[in-house]
Write a protein that binds this ligand. Structure first.
Ligand SMILES: [Zn+2]
Length: 74
C-alpha cells in the first residue's frame, strides 16, 4: 500500500507522519508587535494541527522580518 503523498517529514510537535503542506498566513511575534506574513509555505500536522513553516516558508519569514525591521528603523 502506498500513501498518496509522502513528504518524509514528520510533525515537530507530536512526531506524526500525517502532514500536509499548504500556504497560510503565519503570525510572527516580534517584541510587542505581531507580524502576519502572508502565503507562507507551512506543513500542517493532520493529527495535532500544529503548523510549522517549511524551509521555503522560513526563508520567506526571514525576508519579511528584515523588511519589517528596516521600516521600523527609519
Ligand atoms: Zn503533530
Amino acid at each position: 500500500m502506498k500513501t498518496a503523498k509522502k513528504s518524509g517529514k514528520s510533525c515537530e510537535a507530536c512526531g506524526g507522519q500525517n502532514t500536509k503542506t499548504h500556504l497560510a498566513t503565519y503570525p510572527v511575534k516580534m517584541d510587542e508587535r505581531e507580524l502576519n506574513v502572508e502565503r507562507v509555505s507551512v506543513r500542517e500536522c493532520i493529527d495535532c494541527h500544529a503548523i510549522n513553516p517549511t524551509q521555503a516558508g522560513r526563508e520567506k519569514i526571514q525576508r519579511c522580518m528584515m523588511t519589517f525591521m528596516m521600516f521600523l528603523d527609519e
